[in-house]
Design a protein around this ligand. Sequence first.
Ligand SMILES: [Zn+2]
Length: 165
Amino acid sequence: MPTDLIDLTADIVIAHASVTEMSSNDLLKEIKKVYATLEALTKGGKALTMETSDRETKASARKMREAAEPSIPSAPAMTIEEAFKPDQVACMVCGKTGMKTLKRHLASAHELKPGQYKRQYKIPKDQPLAAMEYVEKRRRIALERGLGDKLAAAREAKKNKQMGE
Ligand SMILES: [Zn+2]
């Protein structure tokens, strides 16, 4: 995809989204539609007009049909490296950034299970769908809680022992 076309698409969709309330799915469809239109226009403005040849019409119809389907775009919005940052995780389907975990967003915005998402974008199975710092923090809390429980149990045992003496 040429970058200027992506920029232009983004500008148009952002402008539209700023005046109309749009869901993630609406946005996704809008992006695809605008991009396909712009792409067709840059290729001589024929693809979407009535003067198109049969083959072009079919190709264009297929493109429109693909754009209308709420399925996952085959091209990710970003690379795995860009999507998984230490302090945040981004959605490779729609490009939404700044999330701590992806699972809920994938389910609500794209009706995707983590497994499907990982398969689609060839994300390693052991990659947590969450910001690493968040995962680490949760792990630390769990660990501390575990230690806390052990300490409490040890204290309790000691107290019981003392009471028994
Ligand atoms: Zn998304």
